[in-house]
Design a protein around this ligand. Structure first.
Ligand code: DGP
Length: 113
């Protein structure tokens, strides 16, 4: 059994509110939402960080970003959403299976905290 939390969500060992699934990508609602829409988009294959993913599987990186756009469209966000990849513990990455946060449905400020 994998000890990666998000790999276990991919195979259904841990339940999640899944909003999109295909061979390459799974998207599910964040357990601790920071906006009315807060969905995590992950590749079904394990890569720890965005750097690893983009270096080893650039086409999958594109499909992940496309999955985020689909999630945003399905949530009715139009083209107004934020896509965040925390990359590294120092900036807040806590789960080391690459994931994009799709956030929307409220006002956002810049720069982020
Ligand atoms: P990050 O800090 O960028 O690594 O984001 C990890 C996110 O994962 C965080 O927003 C909370 C979310 N999360 C952690 N555990 C679970 C879980 O078991 N289920 C779901 N749906 N989300 C989780």
């Amino acid at each position: 059994m994998s000890d990666c939390l998000f790999c276990r969500i991919v195979v259904g060992e841990i339940p999640a509110d899944i909003v999109l699934r295909n061979d390459d990508v799974v998207a599910f609602r964040d357990i601790n939402p920071q906006a009315p829409t807060h969905v995590l988009v992950i590749p079904t294959r394990h890569f720890a960080t965005l750097q690893e993913l983009s270096a080893q599987a650039p086409e999958l990186t594109a499909r992940l970003v496309d999955g985020a756009a689909t999630v945003a469209a399905d949530a009715g966000l139009g083209d107004a959403y934020r896509l965040v990849f925390n990359t590294g513990e120092a900036v807040g990455q806590s789960v080391f299976h690459v994931h994009g946060h799709v956030l929307g449905g409220r006002e956002f400020t810049w720069p982020p905290g």
